[in-house]
Design a protein around this ligand. Structure first.
Ligand SMILES: Cc1cc2nc3c(=O)[nH]c(=O)nc-3n(C[C@H](O)[C@H](O)[C@H](O)COP(=O)(O)O)c2cc1C
Ligand code: SF4
Length: 490
């Protein structure tokens, strides 16, 4: 594998490499055109005529900072992150995964929405809007969506699964070492639990609305509970088997929310449209190899069962149709599971320590994101879709994003790691039609490293971008390294 994959000085270099790889990668050159396309507002309308306007076509993806308080309230670094995002200029801010029940938290510092954390969440939201207004003179067009989640098999205190997964169950996620000694592994969430959970999502959505969010997202991606339900073909009963059963938890929760709030609250979903297969680190300690699996492969969603290395979006498209009928007006498309095949969701230059190098050219991963998003956006042209997978392109992300918008392949360009490194990417894109290459995320995975570090007095290190936000995370990175040396992983 090459030392560096990303080795482009110009869009022509990038275009040539894409051609060599046989990848369809439209790129725009003209700065005025890029500015105009990215500045386009995006409108969402409910059946009843309620309208939401996102003031431009740039979004910040949900990005957990793992920096909340033990009771689920946001902490100082959480407030700081959303102030930075508010000042950045993207008009859609998708607030990070926030658990709806304590047993569904992925780590002890994940946000958790309940009466006791509501004031803190309201401050986080207000700080973000206030700073945005300070910088841009208005709050108009700034849309704030809160991502609601249950972490399922990745819950830190009580892992619950949708069904027994023959590849995931035998290889527990490493940090499960921090589980309480008597925690049961791979307890299946019962039908009664899921039915009650629907109501927990409804209560969380009602509270999010009271707090002042414009809408909520049901996190149905990255291997967490709502996503894992979608592949529960082997599960008996009301929540397993055919797609309508597998989607019941998400659809019931959405319908109930809508019944309570009518058209007055924006419903969004972040949907993983292709799970892929789990990978492992090869014997050389560096190569990523798919874990042995049988075909037809039936343990994924959006996966071609005969060739699981390929997506098959037939079921995801069917589901998106139902989500629309249930009132969803904004969709964020993602891929993969960061615990078992991180290269799918976040193509990277360098893996997190101990993980495998990207087993494909990361541009192939970017193109997979773009192709899946295009398929969804083309199938539902009136449903605004947020695309993912842009950060690896560094400063060329806006050339690709604007081109995808121009071609009708996506409505909103979503940026994840790139926004941790360079929150003002949107301001620069809109003002100048270009980004500062010295500030863009280099996909070196230090943020993922911090996210996986548990040797902290609160059971979790906060995460952010140590190389480009030294003031916030330089010291934290040093502490995490020291802690890892003192408590080496077995
Ligand atoms: C530190 C970190 C935290 C993340 N937290 C979330 C999250 O809370 N919810 C979510 O849906 N995705 C989360 N993601 C995934 C990102 O939203 C995004 O999908 C991913 O980084 C790929 O986009 P990018 O290439 O622009 O970074 C996280 C990623 C990172 C690196
Ligand atoms: S640590 Fe910073 S540069 Fe590295 S991947 Fe994360 S956001 Fe990008």
């Amino acid at each position: 594998m090459p030392k560096t994959w990303f080795n482009y000085h110009t869009t022509d270099d990038l275009r040539r490499n894409a051609e060599q790889l046989g990848i369809d990668l439209p790129l725009l050159e003209d700065r005025e055109e890029i500015k105009e396309l990215l500045a386009r507002p995006v409108i969402m309308r409910s059946d009843g005529g309620r309208e939401w306007r996102i003031g431009n076509s740039l979004a910040i993806h949900p990005m957990e900072g793992c920096d909340g308080e033990l009771d689920g309230r946001p902490g100082e670094l959480t407030f700081r992150r959303y102030e930075r995002f508010g000042a950045g200029g993207a008009k859609l801010i998708w607030f990070e995964a926030c658990a709806v029940v304590p047993e569904g938290r992925a780590n002890p510092r994940q946000l958790w929405i309940h009466a006791g954390s509501a004031a803190g969440l309201a401050k986080m939201l207000e700080d973000c809007r206030r700073v945005h207004e300070r910088e841009f003179g208005t709050r108009d067009g700034l849309i704030a969506v809160l991502q609601l989640t249950h972490s399922g098999r990745y819950s830190f205190s009580n892992p619950l699964v949708a069904y027994h997964h023959p590849i995931l169950d035998p290889y527990p996620y490493a940090s499960l070492a921090s589980l309480p000694p008597r925690a049961k592994l791979w307890e299946i969430a019962s039908d009664d639990y899921l039915a009650a959970l629907e109501d927990r999502f409804v209560e969380a959505a009602m509270l999010a609305r009271e707090i002042g969010f414009d809408g909520i997202d049901l996190k149905t991606t990255h291997g967490y509970l709502l996503a894992e339900m979608l592949s529960a073909r082997s599960r008996p009963g009301a929540y397993g088997g055919p797609l309508e059963n597998r989607a019941r938890l998400a659809l019931n929760a959405l319908r109930k929310i809508r019944a309570r709030v009518g058209d007055d609250f924006l419903l969004a979903v972040r949907l993983g449209v292709y799970d892929g297969v789990p990978y492992a680190v090869g014997a050389d300690g560096a190569t990523g190899i798919p874990r042995p699996h049988e075909t037809p492969y039936t343990h994924g969603f959006g996966v071609n069962s005969e060739n699981p290395m390929q997506p098959d979006l037939a079921e995801p498209l069917q589901l998106i149709g139902w989500l629309r009928e249930a009132g969803v007006r904004l969709l964020n498309v993602s891929l993969g599971n960061p615990y078992v095949n991180p290269h799918l969701g976040r193509p990277y230059e360098k893996p997190n320590e101990g993980l495998y190098f990207d087993p494909e050219h990361p541009l192939t991963g970017v193109a997979r994101h773009f192709a899946a998003t295009m398929q969804v956006q083309n199938a539902f042209p009136d449903l605004p879709v947020v695309g993912t997978g842009y950060s690896w392109l560094q400063h060329f992300m806006i050339h690709a994003g604007a081109a995808n918008i121009k071609l009708g392949r996506v409505k909103l360009v979503g940026v994840g790691r790139g926004a941790l490194a360079y929150p003002e990417f949107a301001r620069d894109a809109l003002a100048r039609g270009e980004l500062d290459p010295l500030r863009t995320c280099k996909t070196l995975s230090y943020c993922t490293y911090l996210m996986r570090q548990k040797d902290h007095p609160m059971g979790q290190f906060p995460t952010g971008c140590p190389p480009f936000d030294k003031q916030g995370y330089g010291g934290i990175m040093k502490q995490a390294r020291t802690a890892a040396r003192v408590t080496p992983k077995s």
